[in-house]
Design a protein around this ligand. Structure first.
Ligand code: DAH
Length: 349
């Protein structure tokens, strides 16, 4: 057998075999060789052959077809090495679309689950008459501590261990850093006989040991409401209405005394576990309750710091973790999924 393939007894078939193999090399669509008129003509000629020659001839034509098929298959699977793309070359807008290199497969992105849920939460508060304000991702000691009634050197500062720059700027450990700013900004509402009602959803940072429930970066939603005659009943009713709307079911709530320098009284806020409806399950460690955040009546010193008369006006505030709320809503077992950039996780939302 020769190196260039099968040998054919019939000179006509041998000739066509040579022609088609040569043709094959230059073909874009390799399979089209199997539809070549030369091959069809060989098949066509079978019926005009004398009966005793047909079988041998037909067998060789079939052999040729098989050979061509296997050549097509082997050439199709050959990976052609392309010359590397010059990434520094300017993009040529005149190149027709089908000639442009396919750089990346196009695929629609999706909104990150935390951002999607944040928007749902903002919408709920918008319907309740509260305005959303953005926080900031770098702040100072005054807004992080002093304006929130943390005395200098007070141990409560230790609860908010976060990242600082060499210049002393702070990556905020909570959205409460915005309280003084929104109180000052919307003070004119009070003068016009209206309430201050603001929510502040944004990113916060903590020096944490990471685990399924703790991330160094997460989202909080702060709420601030001030008017005449506001009491803790308003606080509880507002949060309960929000959570029931968010989870689309009646959520039972529980508050217990706590300590924050910027509220008096201060509470820790828990909701009945939406998974077991308070009966006890793995998610709520069989307590029936899930802690969502802190809240309380705004401390008079915080109002005074924003030049609001704390004898005339009172208010409440809260700060809840958005990641925690979303985990409960979608049964997500590990907070670290949110920042993992794992497309399998993200594409579920
Ligand atoms: N900033 C607190 C924290 O991150 C949560 C908090 C508690 C916010 C009470 C408030 C509040 O506005 O009144 O731990």
């Amino acid at each position: 057998m020769e190196s260039n393939g099968m040998e054919y007894q019939n000179p006509e078939i041998a000739k066509v075999a040579g022609q088609l193999k040569e043709k094959l090399a230059g073909l874009q669509d390799k399979r089209s060789v199997l539809r070549a008129p030369e091959l069809a003509a060989l098949y066509e000629s079978i019926k005009s052959l004398p009966a005793q020659k047909r079988a041998a001839f037909g067998k060789e034509v079939n052999q040729l077809r098989k050979e061509l098929e296997s050549l097509v298959a082997s050439q199709q699977s050959t990976v052609k090495e392309l010359s590397p793309i010059d990434v520094t070359a300017p993009f040529d807008v005149n190149v027709p679309a089908n000639k442009k290199p396919a750089l990346l497969p196009a695929q629609n992105g999706s909104i990150h689950p935390l951002m999607k849920e944040r928007d749902i939460i903002i919408d709920i508060f918008a319907r309740m008459g509260l305005t959303a304000v953005e926080s900031r991702e770098i702040d100072d000691d005054y807004h992080m501590f002093t304006s929130l009634n943390f005395p200098v050197g007070h141990p409560a500062r230790e609860d908010y261990d976060t990242f600082t720059t060499a210049e002393g700027l702070i990556a905020p450990a909570h959205t409460s850093t915005m309280q003084n700013r929104v109180l000052k900004k919307y003070k004119k509402n009070l003068e016009a006989g209206k309430a201050i009602g603001v929510v502040i959803p944004d990113r916060v940072f903590r020096n944490e040991d990471l685990d399924a429930r703790h991330e160094h970066t997460f989202y909080q939603i702060e709420g601030v409401y001030v008017d005449k005659g506001i009491n803790a009943g308003h606080l509880v009713a507002t949060i309960k209405a929000w959570l029931s709307s968010y989870y689309q079911k009646e959520v039972n709530i529980k508050i217990q005394p706590f300590y924050f320098p910027f509220t008096e009284p201060s509470f820790e806020f828990a909701a009945s576990c939406p998974f077991c409806e308070g009966k006890g399950c793995n998610v709520c460690s069989h307590t029936g309750w899930i802690e969502l955040g802190g809240c309380g009546m705004i401390h008079p010193n915080v109002l005074k710091e924003a030049e609001i008369d704390s004898n005339t006006y009172t208010g409440y505030a809260w700060g809840f973790g958005i990641d925690r709320l979303v985990m409960l809503k979608h049964n997500i077992e590990d907070v670290r999924h949110f920042h993992s950039a794992n497309l399998k996780f993200l594409r579920q939302f």
